[in-house]
Ligand binder design. Structure first.
Ligand code: CO
Length: 454
């Protein structure tokens, strides 16, 4: 038993009844500065209100008796130098699992109304580049299985020397790596193909993308462990959901940077992200990153599963379907100002957005306010990581006249994000997948922003 713990920390929760509540009596006494057995309860606020350690007035003490909002109104203002009600009493104490401010509850995913197997992430509300686990976009093919990790196994078999059944504990014993990568549904932005189906906001038009720090064990580590045999150039990955989501993956990609993931932004994967184990194939379309992973089979040819033949292929105008279109190409979207928002007036505004590419780093983002006639270079916000959401920003002086805002991404391969016209000319409109064209937000004189098909 460690001997250097502070005395207020319960040594053994199993034998310390106080640990069963959020606040131990001993801890409370210590915080109140009355350690030694004084009664706890009614006198709790008295030392804070009356001992002169805070600049508390009689009016302020009276305010504490009122509701916080009424108190703020009585004081005229909760702003400095007045004393707001929340400075007059203790707030809630430490808790086992965090919650956000009640004032932020409007920032939520939106389940797709027709069939809520997907939910869009609120791109326009995010800061930085890491998506909070609670707001990571969702896509399932048969809902979210509730898996007991103690009953979960990963079977690796086929063309290997030693077929093996791994427990989660087994997998966690291998050296782990952590990487930051975006994940995007290949159907993301699919509504942008046709003017009639345009969605009004950045969230609804483009919200099937998110970015996370993933932690797990490289696929190559496990394949070497089981004695992968040369010639086994394809792998089958199978999920433990009711869809048995199954995809064939070239071994070369899986050996290069494929990851068997159990950690997401520092905690266990969320169930809708594949708890307890999923595949991550950096930069490749979301559905291949098999969740609830239960089986890897090593073979010589692709399995031609449902999800790589009738689904997740791209039907071209001539009736031929593109198959095995794995990579998510470079893309960007302005998140401010974006559809559904209103600019408060002419003057300086910072245009902000995200850019990303499944082929590597974003090397540049251009911004236009005249529908693509002229372009300016945006600033990329560090860190600019490969295959990750990248922030861009551009200082914009709005003259109050109608404007057409666009962004276009360039990645380290030199690929330039196309216009809708260019993409439709190349692919037609039969397929809903791999829509990575430039988005146009139309700004009206009123400041209202809408999605424009251009
Ligand atoms: Co594809």
């Amino acid at each position: 038993m460690p001997l250097d713990l502070p005395p207020d920390v319960p040594i053994d929760p199993a034998t310390d009844a106080d640990a069963q509540s959020h606040l131990s009596r001993r801890r409370l006494l210590q915080m109140l500065g009355t350690a030694g057995g004084a009664a706890v309860g009614a006198p709790m606020l008295a030392p804070l209100l009356g001992d002169g350690s805070l600049p508390v007035t009689n009016e302020a003490a009276a305010m504490a008796q009122a509701t916080p909002s009424a108190a703020a109104a009585a004081a005229g203002s909760a702003l400095p130098p007045n004393i707001p009600p929340w400075m007059l009493q203790w707030g809630p104490l430490a808790s086992p699992y965090g919650e956000r401010s009640p004032y932020e509850q409007n920032v939520v995913r939106i389940p797709i109304p027709t069939e809520p197997v997907d939910s869009w992430a609120p791109l326009q509300d995010f800061f930085g580049t890491i998506t909070p686990n609670s707001l990571f976009y969702e896509r399932t093919h048969a809902g979210v299985p509730q898996i007991d990790p103690a009953q979960h196994r990963l079977l690796v078999h086929g063309a290997v020397e030693q077929p093996t059944l791994f427990t989660m504990d087994d997998l966690k014993r291998f050296p782990a790596v952590s990487v930051i990568h975006f994940l995007e549904c290949s159907g993301n932005s699919g509504s942008q193909w046709k003017e009639a189906t345009l969605q009004p906001t950045a969230q609804k038009a483009h919200g099937l993308v998110s970015c996370t720090e993933w932690t797990g064990v490289p696929v190559r580590t496990i394949l070497r462990e089981v004695g992968w045999q040369p010639g086994g150039s394809w792998l089958l990955f199978e999920g433990a959901d009711a869809a048995a989501m199954t995809r064939s993956v070239p071994t070369e990609k899986a050996m290069q940077d494929g990851l068997l993931v159990y950690g997401q932004n520092g905690e266990a994967l969320r169930p809708s992200q594949g708890y307890p184990l999923r595949l991550i194939l950096p930069g490749w379309e979301g559905n291949m990153n098999i969740k609830w992973l239960r089986r890897i089979e090593v073979g010589a040819v692709p399995w031609e599963t449902r999800e790589e033949t009738s689904k997740y292929t791209d039907l071209l105008p001539d009736g031929i379907a593109r198959q095995f279109t794995f990579v998510m190409e470079a893309k960007s979207v302005i998140t401010f100002p974006s559809g559904g928002q209103t600019i408060a007036g002419a003057g300086f505004w910072e245009i902000r957005g995200y850019a990303w590419s499944g082929r590597g780093r974003i090397t540049g983002v251009d911004v236009s306010s005249d529908g693509g006639k002229t372009w300016s270079t945006a600033t990329l916000q560090e860190p600019v990581l490969p295959i990750s959401l990248t922030r861009f920003r551009f200082p914009w002086q709005w003259d109050g006249q109608p404007a057409l805002l666009q962004s276009r991404a360039i990645d380290e391969t030199g690929y330039v994000q196309p216009t809708i016209a260019e993409l439709v000319a190349a692919r037609g409109v039969n397929s809903g997948y791999h829509m990575n064209a430039i988005t146009t937000w139309a700004v009206a004189e009123s400041g209202e922003v809408t999605n424009a098909y251009r």
